[in-house]
Design a protein. Structure first.
Length: 142
């Protein structure tokens, strides 16, 4: 019962003290100050950007066609050197089957062999860093 009046009195005294000194009440630890703005609109230098791997393509579609498999994927929207197209072997290793310029987001495997295949594509930056591999659903060929 005595707590409520004591709490109210403490609030009134704190408010009165702050009003008389112009000092805001202590609200605990201060939040960190925001980072200083960079002269680069991206917030990083070009040297720092060169050390960041590109984003992987969001989706890879593999469609079997007569004796081939056609791969297509959407753009990553980044400045790239090329896209690398891959086929996974039965032992799980990735083997390159081609590369395309960044403006051409399609590739054809002209020698897919027969059986179930999984394909992959990854983006490669101008500094040589590669994204993670985006995998297709398995396709059956032959």
């Amino acid at each position: 019962m005595i707590r409520a009046p004591l709490l109210a009195a403490a609030v009134v005294l704190t408010a009165a003290a702050c009003a008389s000194t112009g000092t805001p009440p202590d609200t605990g630890p201060e939040s960190p100050s925001p980072p200083s703005p960079s002269s680069d609109p991206a917030g990083i230098t070009s040297q720092e950007a060169a050390r960041i791997a590109p984003v992987a393509p969001a989706l890879l579609t593999a469609l079997p066609d007569t004796g081939t498999v056609r791969l297509t994927w959407p753009s990553t929207g980044e400045d790239l050197a090329y896209y690398q197209c891959l086929r996974r072997s039965p032992d799980g290793q990735w083997a390159p089957i081609g590369q395309t310029p960044p403006t051409r987001r399609r590739c054809v495997d002209r020698n897919p062999g027969s059986g179930s295949r999984v394909y992959g594509v990854r983006a490669v930056s101008t500094s040589g860093l590669a994204s993670a591999i985006t995998e297709s659903r398995p396709v059956t060929t032959g």
